[in-house]
Design a protein around this ligand. Structure first.
Ligand code: NAD
Length: 437
């Protein structure tokens, strides 16, 4: 099929490349000209494992092209995926201006029958607005447009695998023809066993928010338990093991720590709560999930302040700056929220991350960065493990300790083994577990 993808960010670029890999003819379009020029040269504008190789393969096969010209991308397309950003407004509601603008482009440039797919995460009811925009902009074409909701569930860091081997593909549509087109486009994945779930549009839109909010809730639940464990002498990792071995609960997303971040959970949770409120339902649970998540960063900052007393003149090292491992994305990263709090208390904050240093520096210019973990730890009074990159598991702990002014480690992801830290002579402060002082 001929596919246009509007927005070549984390979702749009991976969608473009995987659709081309599945055999469709794809044009990726973005209003960021610099990004398009990079992509035309085969350069990925962000770090995602396997993406450069997939771009090379699909650009090489001629199945994938990129264009700054939205008319060129849209005019021959059978299917247009809208993958633009839906950032939060100050009120927490999703800002859907880019979705509207993409819908207007589709209306303006569609050359024939086209299925318009919302892949961006949007509040329930958005498809009706997209449809209205299409009809208003192109009244003569009303019968040619079908609107579909096909929310994206990929995770940064494993985005390509998630797209090629999804847990499920969710399609909400309003007509049998639109379902048929979506079945055809995903046939290569469904043939390999992917589960296709078909619903009405509002259910699909709502399900995406429901999933993200539920996962965020699991994390906040564990962080609330971490606070309790710290006060009672319990061990939150053992509690998680007990809970996770109950198949009704499941073991995923039961990690206490610095909390969730990134471009999905924080904004989607707020947008979901705002949507509920607009619909006349007070979904207070979601507000509490957000409060507990903020508290996770505050609790870690308090721990550091408690151990170091005054932060003025002290140096704190943050290991890991991205919101999670295997991505360079620092949007709403807990590490940066913590860094800002420590700086406000007077600390000098230095960070190291395997991939996200440039992005962290542009979000937080006053952050010092170092080229490796040992340089980052040099002269440091406290080291905080913020993001559980695999390379931190194999750190030379003796070298780290030698570099530091005080041998203090706060573990915001419970990555280190307490016995090992004790053996190496660190004072070790994990999350929701007994400290070793
Ligand atoms: P992103 O910021 O990485 O990319 C958005 C892209 O859209 C940018 O390149 C921007 O230049 C482009 N854009 C904006 N307006 C445009 C327009 N009118 N025409 C053409 N291009 C335009 O965002 P993202 O992380 O890819 O997220 C996109 C959507 O997918 C959001 O709704 C997000 O919530 C959702 N989502 C994200 C993830 C994730 O892990 N990042 C996962 C699932 C769903």
């Amino acid at each position: 099929m001929k596919v246009a993808v509007i927005g070549t960010g984390h979702v749009g670029l991976i969608t473009s490349a995987t659709m081309a890999y599945l055999g469709h003819d794809v044009i990726g379009n973005d209003l960021d000209e610099e990004k398009i020029v990079m992509l035309q040269r085969g350069q990925a504008p962000f770090f995602e494992p396997g993406l450069t190789e997939l771009l090379e393969e699909t650009l090489g096969s001629g199945k994938l092209r990129f264009s700054f010209d939205s008319q060129e991308a849209i005019r021959d397309a059978d299917v247009v995926f809208i993958c633009v950003g839906t950032p939060p407004k100050a009120s927490g509601e999703a800002n859907l201006i880019a979705v509207e603008s993409a819908a207007k482009d589709v209306a303006r440039y569609a050359g024939g029958r086209v299925v318009v797919v919302e892949k961006s995460t949007v509040p329930a009811g958005t498809s009706a607005r997209v449809r209205r925009t299409l009809e208003r902009e192109r009244p003569d074409f009303i019968d040619k447009f079908s609107v579909v909701s096909n929310p994206e569930f990929l995770r940064e860091g494993s985005g390509i695998r998630d797209s090629l081997e999804p847990d499920r593909i969710l399609v909400g549509a309003e007509s049998p023809e639109a379902f048929e087109v979506m079945r055809e486009i995903y046939a290569p994945l469904v043939d390999k066993g992917a589960k296709l779930v078909e619903t009405n549009i509002e259910t699909a839109e709502l399900s995406k928010h429901a999933c993200n909010a539920f996962l965020a809730m699991k994390i906040s639940y564990m962080n609330a338990l971490a606070r309790l464990c710290e006060r009672s002498g319990g061990d939150v990792d053992s509690v998680a093991e007990v809970m996770g071995s109950d198949e009704r609960i499941g073991s995923a997303f039961l990690n206490a720590g610095l909390g969730y971040g990134g471009y999905c959970f924080p904004k989607d949770l707020q947008a979901f709560e705002r949507l509920a409120s607009r619909l006349g339902y007070d979904f207070g649970l979601l507000k509490e999930v957000e409060r507990i998540n903020d508290e996770a960063v505050d609790a870690t900052a308090d721990k550091i302040i408690d151990v170091l007393w005054n932060l003025d003149g002290k140096r704190v090292t943050l290991l890991g700056l991205s919101f999670k491992p295997d991505t360079d994305d620092v949007r709403f990263a807990p590490a940066l929220a913590l860094g800002r709090k420590l700086q406000a208390e007077g600390a000098t904050v230095v960070g190291y991350d395997p991939q996200a240093m440039a992005n962290a520096k542009s979000e937080m210019p006053e952050l010092e960065v170092a080229s490796d973990p040992y340089t980052a730890a040099a002269g440091s009074h406290c080291l905080v493990l913020c993001t559980e990159w695999a390379e931190f598991k194999t750190l030379d702990l003796d070298r780290l300790k030698q570099a530091m002014a005080y041998p203090l480690v706060v573990d915001g992801r419970n990555m280190f083994e307490p016995e090992e830290m004790e053996k190496r002579g660190f004072s070790y402060y994990p999350t929701g577990r007994s400290p070793i002082v």
